[in-house]
Design a protein around this ligand. Structure first.
Ligand SMILES: N[C@@H](CCC(=O)N[C@@H](CS)C(=O)NCC(=O)O)C(=O)O
Length: 239
């Protein structure tokens, strides 16, 4: 696969190679980033086909009728939904296991993950209001509190002394927390004095090889967000 450029409606399906794992993705999608983080963490070989989500090819919709990335494909196997793809990869490639082996711990992590939905919703709310809607900002902070408390109790990572699946599931939106501060100076979605332990976690996450491999810096996220908000998402930004 030679290009990371996104494939639009009229493009041909890039030739499949027997046995090769393929990820259909979009470079700035936080959900697809979850799958990319797991692939990187486990050092799994795969190829990427980026999709133009404004003009989806039929061959993409054939694979996921919901029309969403990420999608994984290998021979006759096709999977979508970020959490499902990550769990599948963790089961099929057991090296560097990410889901806790203790069923109780895994269940506790999934409860935390359920709470994360509110962080995501409130994050987009603050982005849309540029942090000017104080109520939305307060709601974001409220939804982040269980995570501040959990990381304080658990240690360096949500997995304790090493990253676990939940760290990667929630990371992509923390990577994007700085976007609003650039667009609206003076607004800080994650003030260090309010979230000292999450702030420290963000710093250690940034040094993980999987995060380094999949992350964009804040100015790039800002540029992509501006193109998206203007109704013309630039999926090929920087290529
Ligand atoms: N629940 C899905 C959400 C995936 C998702 O929303 N992906 C976005 C890109 S970030 C997408 O494909 N959007 C295309 C569309 O809405 O048409 C998952 O976890 O995989």
């Amino acid at each position: 696969m030679s290009t990371l450029k996104s494939h639009s409606k009229d493009s041909k399906l890039p030739a499949l190679t027997p046995g090769k794992l393929r990820l259909y993705s979009m470079r700035f999608c936080p959900f697809a980033q979850r799958t990319r983080l797991v692939l990187a963490h486990k050092k799994i070989e795969f190829e990427t086909v980026n999709v133009d989500l404004k003009s989806k090819p039929d061959w993409f919709l054939d694979r996921n009728p919901l029309g969403l990335v990420p999608v994984l494909e290998q021979d006759d196997k096709v999977l979508y939904e970020s959490v499902i793809t990550c769990d599948y990869l963790d089961d099929v490639y057991p090296d560097n296991k990410l889901n806790p082996s203790d069923p109780y711990q895994q269940a506790r992590d999934r409860i935390l993950f359920e709470l994360y939905g509110k962080v995501v919703t409130n994050y987009y709310g603050t982005l849309r209001s540029q942090g000017k809607d104080k109520e939305v900002l307060e709601n974001l902070w409220k939804s982040m509190e269980p995570f501040e408390k959990a990381i304080k109790e658990r240690g360096t990572y949500f997995g304790g002394d090493k990253p676990t699946m939940i760290d990667y599931f929630i990371w992509p939106w923390f990577e994007r927390m700085g976007v609003v501060s650039v667009m609206m100076p003076g607004v800080d979605l994650m003030p260090a004095e309010k979230f000292p332990n999450l702030t420290a976690w963000v710093e250690v996450m940034k040094s993980l090889p999987a995060v380094k491999e999949t992350m964009f810096d804040t100015p790039t996220h800002v540029s992509f967000y501006k193109s998206y908000a203007a109704g013309k998402p630039n999926y090929d930004l920087g290529l």
